[in-house]
Design a protein around this ligand. Structure first.
Ligand SMILES: *[C@@H]1O[C@H](CO)[C@@H](O)[C@H](O)[C@H]1NC(C)=O
Ligand SMILES: *[C@@H]1O[C@H](CO)[C@@H](O)[C@H](O)[C@H]1NC(C)=O
Ligand SMILES: *[C@@H]1O[C@H](CO)[C@@H](O)[C@H](O)[C@H]1NC(C)=O
Ligand SMILES: *[C@@H]1O[C@H](CO)[C@@H](O)[C@H](O)[C@H]1NC(C)=O
Length: 567
């Protein structure tokens, strides 16, 4: 165990009074297999487990999990853990288990016959024990290795992220969701690739059912395989509801028959963007407590004009649409797994940046399970191009470090549950989440003033009917100072500058009146995570314009599961 980690463990109770070491769970045996309780995924004791996953591709042409040419599998798994994920959605092509011509092909051969000599050499260096394994054996070994992964302090800068492993809900192994991404190995997905829907050229329903059963059976004793996404992104001209219900129900039953432990996860239509049809007719299964739905949400395909639109309007619009397309399932008592979302993690795409802030606000509000696209920093080969850089990858192209630490800070709060069964007995309250930084509004421990800090620090707010933002335990109200200056705490809650109105369509701008000149101002991010007020942005409907720094989402929460704070 890393000494720094040990120090964190030893001192955690002193530094973090809400942390209760007796409830810490570090071994999967205590968590057991997962099931569902209404909209929540829960462990054997009925306590919520929030899936915070990264998609790890193993379905492209070589049918080898990406990255084995760059890092030892154990290091990749440790990186997954140290970045705060508790799960990978590991993709596989159907042919891995149904196509006889692939049963004896080894990892080395598969890479070499695609001309990927360099990658094959990389595997020989980084994962020598994998070179001569068959593709399916390599797949199995990866799952077995990552089930034993202990988090390590891989990156100096990632210390803060690392500290989170002292969370009450943490487990040191990595859960796996097996995702049947496609039939024929290769980059997915297009409407006319013959893999889109039941009956397409490469998508024989019987072959698919057989493949699902083989996988389910293969992993029926792997404790960390907790779920199966039955088929990724159904799509194309053949899509229809009759076949959707028919085959998805058959697939779910087929998996459950041979492996009753896993969650069965069903994808919607039109690239998994649409589950609306379930509002009128649910699937019918012979078993209970294992059904989860998955939905995908990317800024480039959700219909929002993220680059040129007024983002207050676009975010409100698209969030509403998301509720209609799948979000409603949470209210109906089904878990919804946002099993793919992603952005250019370098921050170079302004549309993506806007989308991400909106996505994070919705993810905080709905507190759903999720999987980011993607873990991989690069592919052996994608769409014919070797060493393809994955700009959506949380890891760098060489798999050696996080691509963008700032990005990891933004998703950190969402790796922990805000709500759900078994977390605590505290009453509900609000937290004030700032999606641009991933931080929450807190009372500073050093000077007692408002500041942005880790959402893991327990500070309960109440947004009252008098429009006050009250820090509950302290009984203090958030108050505007002078226009452009920092906000403060006060006890005169009836002041005009203590009333905060959620304005614009997004309702994420919190407006009040400045103390000095009485101008309408909005809560905003100041220097060094301070909180100021400034002129409210993007009030008119016309775009383009950005107001992300002024977005503050008031979110329902129970006691935040004590992941560890920054100071
Ligand atoms: C098996 O895979 C090979 C190589 O990808 C392909 O040419 C063949 O058509 C596949 N066979 C079946 C039955 O799908
Ligand atoms: C896994 O499946 C095999 C074959 O159906 C069965 O013999 C075995 O008992 C199963 N193991 C578990 C842990 O369910
Ligand atoms: C909101 O959505 C509607 C219909 O989906 C669309 O016509 C409209 O242009 C959208 N507005 C914005 C600001 O995105
Ligand atoms: C919450 O309260 C119930 C009933 O009083 C108790 O059984 C349970 O152990 C408590 N849970 C926690 C996490 O304190």
């Amino acid at each position: 165990m890393n000494p720094l980690f040990l120090i964190c463990l030893l001192f955690a109770p002193l530094l973090f009074p809400h942390w209760n070491p007796t409830t810490a769970t570090f071994a999967s045996e205590e968590v057991g297999f997962l099931s569902t309780a209404s909209r929540w995924v829960v462990d054997q004791s009925g306590r919520r487990v929030k899936l915070a996953c990264a998609n790890w591709a193993a379905h492209l042409d070589p049918i080898v999990a990406e990255g084995l040419g760059s890092r030892p599998v154990g290091d990749i798994a440790a990186a997954v853990r140290s970045m705060g994920f508790n799960c990978v959605r590991l993709t596989w092509p159907l042919y891995l288990v149904t196509n006889a011509s692939l049963t004896s092909v080894t990892v080395g051969e598969s890479l070499r016959r695609l001309g990927l000599v360099e990658s094959a050499a990389g595997v020989a260096v980084n994962n020598p024990q994998f070179v001569d394994l068959t593709l399916i054996q390599a797949f199995k070994d990866i799952i077995s290795i990552i089930s034993k992964t202990k988090p390590e302090l891989l990156y100096k800068d990632a210390l803060l992220i690392m500290q989170k492993v002292v969370s009450t809900l943490d487990r040191h192994d990595i859960m796996v969701i097996l995702d049947n991404q496609i039939s024929t190995p290769g980059w997915c997905c297009s409407k006319y690739d013959g893999n889109g829907f039941f009956g397409d050229t490469f998508f024989d329903p019987n072959e698919w059912l057989r493949g699902l059963q083989i996988m389910a059976e293969t992993f029926n004793s792997s404790r960390n395989v907790v779920g199966m996404s039955l088929r990724n992104e159904l799509r194309g001209p053949k899509q229809n509801l009759v076949d959707w219900y028919r085959y998805m129900q058959m697939g779910a039953e087929a998996v459950h028959l041979v492996n009753p432990n896993v969650l069965v996860i069903l994808s919607g239509l039109d690239y998994d963007k649409v589950l609306t049809f379930l509002s009128v007719k649910q699937v019918e299964l012979t078993f209970e407590g294992k059904l989860v739905f998955e939905l995908h949400w990317y800024g480039f395909s959700d219909g929002g004009d993220w680059k040129n639109g007024n983002i207050n309007a676009v975010c409100a619009n698209i969030s509403r649409l998301m509720m209609v397309k799948g979000g409603f399932l949470l209210k109906q008592g089904f878990p919804l797994f946002l099993s793919e979302f992603g952005v250019d993690i370098r921050g170079y795409n302004q549309g993506d940046n806007h989308f991400l802030s909106c996505f994070l606000s919705v993810a905080a509000e709905l507190d759903f399970d999720w999987a980011i696209w993607a873990l991989q920093g690069s592919y052996y080969i994608r769409e014919g191009k070797p060493n393809f850089d994955e700009t959506y990858g949380v890891l760098s192209s060489d798999w050696r470090k996080p691509r963008n630490l700032n990005f990891l800070q933004r998703i950190e709060a969402l790796q922990y549950p805000f709500q759900g069964p078994g977390l605590s007995n505290r009453s509900s309250h609000h937290i004030i989440f700032h999606p641009l930084t991933g931080l929450c509004v807190l009372q500073s421990r050093s000077n007692g003033e408002p500041v942005l800090g880790s959402c893991g620090e327990y500070q309960a707010w109440s947004y009252t009917s008098e429009l006050n933002l009250v820090l509950k335990d302290a009984g203090l109200c958030l108050q505007a100072g002078a226009d452009g200056e920092e906000v403060k705490f006060g006890t005169q809650c009836k002041n005009l500058g203590s009333k905060w109105v959620q304005i614009t369509d997004s309702r994420m701008l919190l407006s009040t009146y400045a103390e000095d000149n009485g101008h309408m101002v909005c809560l905003d991010l100041g220097p060094e995570n301070s909180i100021i007020t400034s002129t409210c942005k993007c009030l008119v409907e016309e775009g383009p314009c950005s107001s992300e720094s002024q977005w503050f989402k008031i979110v329902d929460s129970k006691e935040k599961v004590a992941h560890i704070i920054y100071s």
